[in-house]
Design a protein around this ligand. Sequence first.
Ligand SMILES: [Mg+2]
Length: 223
Amino acid sequence: MPYQWILFDADETLFHFDALAGLKRMFAGHGVDFDDDHYRAYQALNLPLWQAYNAGEIDAATLQQSRFEGWAERLGTTGAQLNSDFLQAMAAICAPLPGVRELIDALHGKARLGIITNGFTELQQVRLERTGLAEAFELVVISEEVGSAKPHRDIFDHALTRMGRPDADSVLMVGDNLHTDILGGLNAGLDTCWYNPSGQPGEAAIRPHLEVQHHDQLRQRLG
Ligand SMILES: [Mg+2]
């Protein structure tokens, strides 16, 4: 095992994040039949907010509330409440991606495992417990708590400090997002693995050390 630590992104790296299913479930609880048009309108608001959050331009609370403001007004509640209901719905439907359990089992005892996520606090621990993966990860670093999001150097520095400052090249960062996980890992001096299940084209300026389409490939490489 060439690595002392392996850090994973959470959403769409370890866990399926089916936002439409979560929104349908959450809005059903408010008597709304959330359809594809609603989803398009939601993403037209949500995606630019995420870009602004990842760039450090807005904080987590602004993202969480703004994306549900219109619905909150219509339903006589608050954006923060709808966001909380949504995260609970996401926790209820969460599932690990194919090959994750086998990968984590194979790494057990060979490397120390952590998570570094731009996702929100309310979802993280409940999701790890529901999926039985909580014990496998000794470190969970959440951007909402650190006040800095991937790819910013601060969140990686925070993680490395909590890890006891291992050599950067003894740490592998695994994630599905080139612009947050891989770029952030590279800037922090870590080795990186791009989990790219749909075989998207890469980018010349962001070169991961490894690229896999399935977690089995990473397991074979490291197991
Ligand atoms: Mg991700």
